[in-house]
Design a protein around this ligand. Structure first.
Ligand code: NDP
Ligand code: GDR
Length: 361
């Protein structure tokens, strides 16, 4: 029998990698997407299958994490063997602007799915993966962070994800649902959302390289993260649901870099050498001609910041046999190359007299 998986957040970065992986493993893959006024399926268009194709294995359903009835309807219709709950308002800075919505979608949304599994009588059948996060560690209590490190969330996003983490553990213990938390450290890719810092840097510097942007404005350059590749992390999400018993796992590379390091490396891949001068809000990055290409703008500072994250994924290595395959340098190179190609394409279009729409953040 072909296994059925349901992915919430299928249109996001991780959803697109996971859907591709599960299709390659022979699953019938169902995804929940929310209605938007513009197309929002760019990241999964390469997986699209004609609805008239009787043998299609990739099927999308409308639904929303804040809408119980749509979630219940889809889960009842699909009767999935596995649910991957990836949908979330996932931007930490935005969660300070929309704290209540973030709590609803990221916290209560997770409860809605677990309740659907329970009341539809699927507790013994449907395995559940929750996209938990290193943001739970927030103000870190221990270095590096493992499954036993205490949580100290530092944003409305992280507090909502803390609820989601514990309700997942609770439904596992209370109702015997095979439910797991993947505590994933930051993971990036060429399809990372444009307003997360890595993509903002690679996209901005690529446009500087082709002459269509002067300066990238960033927030805290001292923040340190453990950055991996989303493709590697999707494989682990699947592995967690294939074990004998459910558990929670940290997924990380064990290597840490600052935002400044990331920008320096990305620039060097474009043949630009950055020299950093000044401190705090005065800090600037200059190219060899003396032009300012990176500047700090306090508008990107957060009311409470997570200064440093570094993961210890020893348990995942031991129990799941998982380890990351992509190095930091390979990750940066792949993102830079992809954004350079897009910047060159846009510059060509613009230089031919067409208008290119610019998006700012
Ligand atoms: P993205 O922001 O790229 O994708 C989020 C997805 O959730 C999108 O498909 C989005 O839809 C969907 N979504 C948002 N709100 C709703 C809603 N109310 N109802 C239905 N769908 C909704 O995130 P990532 O792919 O990077 O991350 C996946 C998950 O993993 C998230 O839960 C995130 O919090 C978590 N996480 C991510 C990490 C990372 O470094 N990437 C690390 C640790 C955890 P749309 O496309 O329409 O916006
Ligand atoms: P993060 O990712 O908050 O770790 O959450 P993000 O890339 O937004 O920020 C990382 C660090 O960089 C600093 N920073 C900036 N961030 C943004 N977005 N824009 C800037 O201009 C900028 N300048 C500096 C931030 O202050 C921060 O310290 C991501 C999300 O994917 C979450 O959903 C996920 O749970 C965590 O990773 C693990």
């Amino acid at each position: 029998m072909m296994k059925k998986a349901l992915i919430t957040g299928v249109t996001g970065q991780d959803g697109s990698y996971l859907a591709g992986l599960l299709l390659s493993k022979g699953y019938e893959v169902h995804g929940i997407k929310r209605r938007s006024s513009l197309f929002n399926t760019d990241r999964i268009d390469h997986l699209y299958q004609d609805p008239h194709d009787r043998n299609r294995r990739f099927i999308l359903h409308y639904g929303d994490m804040t809408d119980t009835s749509s979630l219940q309807r889809v889960i009842q219709d699909v009767q999935p063997d596995e649910i991957y709950n990836l949908a979330a308002q996932s931007h930490v800075a935005v969660s300070f602007e929309e704290p209540e919505y973030t709590a609803d979608a990221d916290g209560i949304g997770t409860l809605r799915i677990l309740e659907a599994i329970r009341i539809l009588g699927l507790a013994a059948k449907t395995r559940f993966y929750q996209a938990s996060t290193s943001e739970l560690y927030g103000k870190v209590q221990e270095v590096p962070q493992s499954e036993s490190t205490p949580f100290y969330p530092r944003s409305p996003y992280a507090v909502a994800k803390l609820y989601a983490y514990w309700i997942t553990v609770n439904y596992r213990e209370a109702y015997g649902i095979y439910a797991c938390n993947g505590i994933l450290f930051n993971h990036e890719s060429p399809v990372r959302g444009e307003t997360f810092v890595t993509r903002k840097v690679t996209r901005g510097l690529a446009r500087i390289k082709v002459g269509s942007l002067d300066t990238v404005f960033l927030g805290n350059l001292d923040a340190k993260r453990d950055w991996g590749h989303a493709r590697d992390y999707a494989e682990m999400q699947w592995l967690m649901l294939q074990q004998q018993s459910p558990d929670d796992y940290v997924i990380a590379t064990g290597e840490q870099h600052s935002v400044r390091d990331f920008a320096t490396m990305a620039a060097s891949k474009l043949g630009i050498q950055i020299t950093w001068r000044g401190r705090g809000v005065e800090e600037r990055g200059y190219d060899t001609s003396g032009k300012c290409i990176v500047a700090v703008d306090p508008r990107y500072f957060r009311p409470t910041e997570v200064d440093t994250l570094l993961g210890n994924a020893a348990k995942a290595r031991q129990k799941l046999g998982w380890q990351p395959r992509t190095s930091f340098e390979e990750l940066v190179t792949e993102m830079v190359n992809s954004d350079l190609e897009a910047a060159e394409r846009d510059a060509l279009v613009r230089n031919s007299g067409y208008r290119v729409l610019e998006h700012h953040e």
